[in-house]
Design a protein around this ligand. Structure first.
Ligand code: ATP
Length: 838
């Protein structure tokens, strides 16, 4: 009996949970869809049996910083495969408790006016728990003879931190780490926990980087049911975003939307959500305007609005055209230009320069070597001449330079600047965007200047173009330049393609190739591919290109030989670029990168290297930036070289320094996921860039990727040498496989705004969920009206009741629901109810 009582009391004794204090050294695994991470963390202090310097930690964490010390609580577990690990149940930033820690905390940035001397004085007087003492009783500072302003600064900032700390701790409990927690706090302030407890899915709507899946995990804390309307609504919005992002279309239809919703809603829940509920919520969201549907098309709100806004804004610009007849003046400007440059412009080129000088807006397209750059230069010079503008940036110290040149990527902007000898920037920078805005935050600021030329227009997506056109003042001339046959933008839409398809915008296509074929057979090859012709010399050896026929398994060896030969001929790693359509496979980007690294930059005892998620980074490696980082002035697609890998003095932090064309950026380990090796890159990432020598392996393994515009884009990246290798049949597949256009309605919006009859393929009445009729013409030119109330400018002629049955009927018509067997992949009993039409 006594023994039993002892045993019980032994187990009952409340004991402190296991904890340790340390800094994150690296993350081994970081789930993209949840907060789950596996980390390596240094151990600075702990209350359980552990003597190693580091420990593997698992759990739900937000974005942890690698220069911050955390306290992790949880338990040590024995994993059958990975051995001993710390399973963290909570974590938070470790409050300083040592004398030095408190002094450096109080003399930190957050307490303006408090230097090390004052902080030391406070700790001397109040001890190491000075922060707690001040928090408990502000008057403890009174006896220290501090200046009143400093005393107030300390109290105010500690109190402010307290409010925020509570919220951040609350967010930590919900699984958010410091970075996300502070973004969330910035957005909602004191209301943060309130907003989240009312509707955790609001996070997915408002905060960039929080997906439905993440919000759904937070929702689990609040016992939100599987079929809660807030949950279903968030899944619909996410599913629409996912589908348009994957396909590049600006809308989708009911069947894929319902399928994608079901997939999202079934994650983490055992109960299925009924199809008729999803349909009902689609209609409700449409009524609220959170999503838009029109005939059989369902759009994310931002994309639906953007297409209207683009059409309206372009209409505004065109309607503000100066009608004065400048024909004779333009003719003499062109003649002068020809004399000055010594270029005899071909007929289309002359037309291009004249149209650009005459019109408010012009589209210029052409394949490689047709003179797009030459014409950009001609337009700039002619425009400056006509408007008596100096092209010397030094003369514009006080004022903004009147000619704006921009391109979608940093590398394309750099090429533009080099070709014109004028400043050029990325479109994002021009618009003051950082590339991390959510669609709702993409706001325009009005540009200043007289002429805007945008190059590489095929890469510009719908949302970015919307902001760009909103930013253009009535008086500015605009020239949009691109190659319509290249790959479309990564983001949704095919803006350049759609604008060219619209009859009312002035446009010129350059067709004559001016680069001598003796100089370049690459250009004639590109033009043949573009036109769907299989050139007879595809596999023959030319001065500037060659073809190596081999199977997928032979590609790595062939690439190795090519690199070695190129090195002997003086082509460095910077000059030679391997391009591939996919990351996976023997001929894919990942494998070829490892191989190229071995040849260009093998391991030696004097080169520092680190391993990160299965990839080795070594000093001297060529690397690619994967995300926009405006604070460091590096952007998605920039290529740099690792110049240093070093450990900080206390050996706690390893940093990697990368030189991007003279701009040196240092990354802590937590940011290494922004980087990958760049000896080989994907063709999509190469858009907007050119390389001296391109090595392009194509094999059948690449499957559906083998399309004409992919091959065309890859081939046109080579400025002087091109090595094609792989299976000849894969090349033929590309040439024969004309890329399918994306599904967009920008052309219809343009036609509608210009008063043309709109040919809507779905054909049964042009009705939208907010009662818009899509014609007649929109005639209002007020920018504000255009942006906010497109619906008001279009007359109302019909009404949709908004009842579920309309959508359900659409679902049946589009095949989403089959009255006999139920919806694809959804059990008949779930869809049966939705067939009962009222
Ligand atoms: N009318 C012309 N007469 C003579 N040479 C010309 C003419 N137009 C262009 N060129 C020359 O043809 C070459 C290709 O022109 P340019 O670089 O402007 O073409 P591009 O369309 O920009 O090509 P890419 O897309 O490949 O960069 C250049 O060397 C240019 O000087």
């Amino acid at each position: 009996m006594t023994q039993m009582a002892d045993e019980i009391s032994l187990f009952d004794v409340p004991h402190e949970p296991s904890f340790f204090i340390g800094q994150v050294q690296s993350d081994i695994f970081d789930s993209p869809d949840s907060f789950y991470k596996v980390l390596i963390v240094s151990v600075e202090d702990n209350n359980f049996d552990w003597t190693e310097n580091e420990i593997t930690v698992t759990g739900s964490f937000g974005d942890l910083r690698d220069d911050q010390t955390y306290r992790f609580e949880g338990k040590l577990v024995d994993h059958p495969k990975y051995g001993q690990q710390f399973q963290a149940s909570s974590y938070h930033v470790n409050q300083p408790s040592s004398r030095d820690g408190v002094i450096s905390f109080l003399s930190g940035k957050q307490f303006p006016g408090v230097g090390e001397k004052t902080a030391t004085k406070i700790v001397d007087a109040l001890g190491n728990d000075a922060i707690n003492k001040i928090n408990n009783d502000h008057t403890v500072l009174n006896s220290l003879n501090l200046r009143p302003a400093i005393r107030q600064s300390i109290i105010a900032n500690l109190t402010a931190n307290q409010g925020m700390d509570q919220i951040v701790i609350g967010l930590n409990d919900l699984g958010f780490g410091s970075n996300l927690a502070s973004t969330i706090f910035e957005r909602y302030g004191e209301e943060t926990l309130d907003v989240i407890s009312k509707n955790p899915y609001q996070l997915a709507h408002d905060i960039d980087g929080i997906s439905f899946q993440r919000a759904d995990q937070v929702a689990a804390h609040f016992d939100i049911q599987a079929d809660d309307p807030r949950r279903v609504d968030a899944a619909i919005v996410q599913a629409l975003d996912d589908l348009t992002m994957m396909s590049g279309d600006t809308y989708t239809s009911a069947p894929p939307l319902l399928r994608q919703c079901q997939t999202l809603l079934s994650q983490n829940r055992s109960r299925a959500v009924q199809t008729d509920l999803i349909s009902e919520r689609i209609v409700a969201l449409g009524k609220k305007g959170d999503i838009q549907y029109e005939n059989q098309r369902i759009y994310p709100r931002a994309l639906f609005d953007a297409e209207f806004q683009i059409a309206n804004q372009l209409n505004r610009l065109m309607n503000n055209s100066d009608q004065s007849d400048q024909q004779s003046e333009i003719g003499s400007v062109l003649a002068k230009l020809s004399t000055q440059t010594g270029i005899k412009y071909d007929q289309h080129q002359q037309e291009a320069i004249k149209t650009a000088l005459r019109s408010k807006l012009m589209l210029l397209t052409g394949g490689p070597g047709t003179g797009k750059t030459t014409i950009i230069k001609g337009i700039v010079a002619g425009f400056a001449d006509m408007h008596q503008l100096s092209l010397d940036p030094k003369e514009y110290k006080e004022k903004a330079f009147p000619i704006l040149l921009a391109a979608p990527t940093g590398r394309a902007a750099k090429r533009m600047s080099e070709a014109t000898d004028l400043p050029a920037s990325t479109i994002h920078r021009l618009l003051g965007l950082n590339g991390r805005e959510s669609p709702n935050e993409l706001n325009a600021k009005e540009l200043t200047g007289s002429l805007l030329i945008v190059d590489e227009m095929s890469m510009v997506d719908t949302l970015l173009f919307k902001v760009l056109v909103q930013s253009i003042p009535d008086t500015m001339h605009v020239v949009l330049v691109g190659d319509k046959d290249q790959l479309p933008s990564v983001g949704a839409g095919q803006v350049f393609h759609d604008l060219l398809a619209f009859d009312h915008l002035p446009k010129v296509e350059l067709t004559q190739i001016h680069r001598q074929s003796a100089d370049s057979t690459i250009i004639s090859l590109a033009h043949a591919i573009k036109n769907g012709r299989i050139p007879s010399d595809l596999t023959s050896r030319e001065a500037d290109r060659s073809f190596i026929s081999c199977r997928a398994s032979q590609v790595p060896n062939a690439v190795e030989q090519i690199i070695k030969m190129a090195l002997k001929k003086g082509y460095s790693a910077d000059d030679l670029q391997i391009l591939a359509p996919m990351y996976r496979g023997q001929a894919g980007v990942n494998h070829l990168n490892e191989l190229a690294q071995q040849v260009y930059n093998p391991a030696t005892s004097d080169k520092t290297e680190v391993e990160f998620r299965g990839q080795v980074f070594r000093v001297g490696d060529k690397v690619l930036q994967l995300v926009n980082s405006p604070e460091n002035n590096v952007f998605n697609g920039d290529i740099g070289k690792i110049t240093m890998i070093e450990q900080t003095k206390n050996h706690k932090r390893t940093t990697m320094t990368i030189d991007f064309d003279g701009n040196e950026v240092t990354y802590g380990r937590m940011d290494w996921n922004q980087i990958r090796l760049a000896y080989a890159i994907s063709i999509h990432k190469a858009q907007g860039s050119q390389f001296k020598m391109v090595v392009l392996p194509l094999v059948h393994e690449f499957g559906r990727m083998l399309q004409r515009n992919l091959l065309y884009t890859a081939v046109t990246r080579a400025s002087s040498k091109l090595v094609l290798l792989g299976e000849p049949q894969a090349y033929l597949t590309c040439i024969n496989n004309q890329s399918i256009n994306r599904h967009t309605t920008l052309l219809q919006r343009l036609q509608s705004v210009w008063g043309e009859t709109v040919n809507d393929q779905s054909g049964d009445g042009l009705l939208t969920n907010d009662n818009r009729e899509l014609s007649p013409a929109h005639k209002n030119n007020s920018q504000e009206t255009n942006e906010n109330q497109q619906g008001e400018t279009i007359s109302k002629t019909a009404t949709i009741s908004g009842d579920t049955h309309i959508l359900t009927a659409e679902l049946i018509r589009t095949g989403a629901i089959d009255p006999m067997i139920g919806m694809d992949g959804i059990r008949p009993e779930h869809s049966a109810k939705s067939l009962r039409l009222s």
